[in-house]
Design a protein around this ligand. Structure first.
Ligand code: SF4
Ligand code: SF4
Length: 424
């Protein structure tokens, strides 16, 4: 697990291990923490001067249990260290574990260069504006939360079980959606305890990564078997994006050749009674389907598969294709959205429904108005959420869609000249 990796990395940094886990310091790794095997603990600790327990969290159950096991086995010469060198609370990150282990081994000076590098980096970065975490520009998961926000405004709040993945950014502004989160793929399993206690039907959000990780069995199979009522939204973006866009059985590159490993077929096989697929970027359609699931008289699990490829991965694939076209001088059309500053009232309801980093504000060009107007800056990937939101939530007519043509043909130039003459 993570704790073992953090220990090996710390020892590697101190020159006491290699990346393959060959360490010069003996390690007793507890793959299973309960029940402990007292004989193994006693034989590992016997003859050693000191041992360090690397145990995240408080109370220090393992440290106390190991102390008791050693006392019972009459292994008293070894000194047990743990929470005196490592923090009682907080996450045991690589740096935290390295600091504790370097103290334990009397090699604190080894951490000094890293610490001064960090201080220098903090000084250099101090002048930069903060970059709060959030969905990427063009993320296909953002529109689903815009739709949920629109529904929330109409019908009031409802319980949302969140899950691990990029979609967990929904718990931050401007969405603030998500009441609980248990673990990767465990949203629906945890929801089965919450759903019966709620007056309104509840919603669980799960990524396709979480679905394949364990959501299919712990959540879907459990819900169907127990005939639980509830709504599950599966974000089918094609990858385990939050951990580095690793591929899944249902990734686009596999779905052509292995159609039998699709989310839909897995759900059908398990007997899900109600299932709909929506295209994420169509906010109105997503909102309509969610409302339908909420109002449905049919009991049992209702699954909405929200489809839209991870934009980060999509842009990685698109960029070299566009660069190649540009090199060859071929025509390329790029879509861009914008806001008409003359009709924008500056109420910012579009920003509150989107949170896209490229939809921001600028000074109002009208000297008689103070409120900054909305604007779309460079970096917009043209997925059109701002316009979709304005339409679905009936906000304003200020958004426009433009096509930027690179390497235009003679026909494009003729049309542009005609438009330039006819439209003023
Ligand atoms: S990595 Fe992909 S899924 Fe995650 S926030 Fe970015 S675009 Fe969205
Ligand atoms: S673009 Fe429309 S919704 Fe956004 S701030 Fe302007 S008027 Fe308001």
């Amino acid at each position: 697990g993570g704790m073992y990796n953090a220990v090996i990395r710390a020892l590697q940094t101190l020159g006491l291990a290699d990346a393959f886990g060959n360490a010069r310091v003996p390690i007793y790794c507890l793959n299973v923490t309960y029940p402990l095997v007292p004989e193994e603990i006693a034989s590992f600790c016997a003859g050693k001067r000191e041992v360090l327990i690397v145990e995240e969290g408080q109370p220090a159950y393992l440290e106390d249990a190991i102390l008791a096991a050693l006392r019972r086995a009459d292994v008293n010469a070894v000194k047990v260290r743990g929470k005196d060198l490592l923090p009682l609370a907080g996450e045991y990150t690589g740096e935290v574990v390295l600091t504790g282990i370097s103290k334990f081994l009397g090699r604190e000076q080894a951490v000094a260069p890293m610490r001064s590098l960090k201080e220098r980096a903090a000084q250099l970065l101090s002048g930069l504006p903060q970059r709060p975490p959030g969905f990427c520009v063009g993320c296909p998961e953002r529109p689903v939360f815009s739709a949920m926000k629109i529904i929330e405004k109409e019908s009031g709040k409802y319980h949302v079980s969140a899950d691990i993945g990029c979609h967990l950014f929904s718990t931050l502004p401007p969405f603030n959606i998500g009441n609980t989160v248990l673990g990767y793929g465990l949203g629906l399993a945890s929801n089965s305890a919450v759903n019966p206690a709620m007056a309104k039907r509840t919603v669980t959000i799960m990524g396709d990564g979480g679905f394949w990780h364990n959501g299919l069995t712990t959540g879907v199979a459990n819900h169907v078997f127990n005939k639980n009522d509830g709504i599950l939204v599966i974000m089918k973006n094609g990858y385990s994006s939050a951990t580095g866009t690793q591929e899944l059985p249902s990734s686009p590159q596999h779905s052509d050749t292995k159609e039998d490993i699709s989310i839909e077929r897995a759900l059908e096989g398990i007997g899900v009674p109600w299932m709909k697929t929506v295209h994420n970027y169509h906010v109105g359609e997503v909102a309509k389907t969610l409302k339908e699931a909420m109002a449905s008289k049919e009991k049992g699990l209702k699954v909405i598969i929200a489809e839209g490829e991870c934009q980060l991965e999509r842009q990685r694939k698109l960029r070299p294709v566009v660069a190649e076209k540009m090199k060859k001088g071929e025509r390329h059309v790029r879509v861009k959205y914008g806001v008409d500053e003359d009709t924008c009232t500056g109420d910012h309801s579009c920003i509150r429904l989107s949170g896209c980093p490229t939809l921001t504000i600028k000074d109002n060009p009208d000297p008689l108005r103070n409120d900054p107007v909305a604007t779309v800056i460079d970096g917009c990937v043209g997925y059109g959420l701002c316009g979709e939101n304005a339409h679905a939530a009936v906000l304003c007519p200020s958004f426009y869609r433009a096509e930027v043509i690179q390497n235009p043909t003679w026909w494009d130039k003729l049309v542009a000249r005609f438009r330039g003459t006819a439209v003023h």
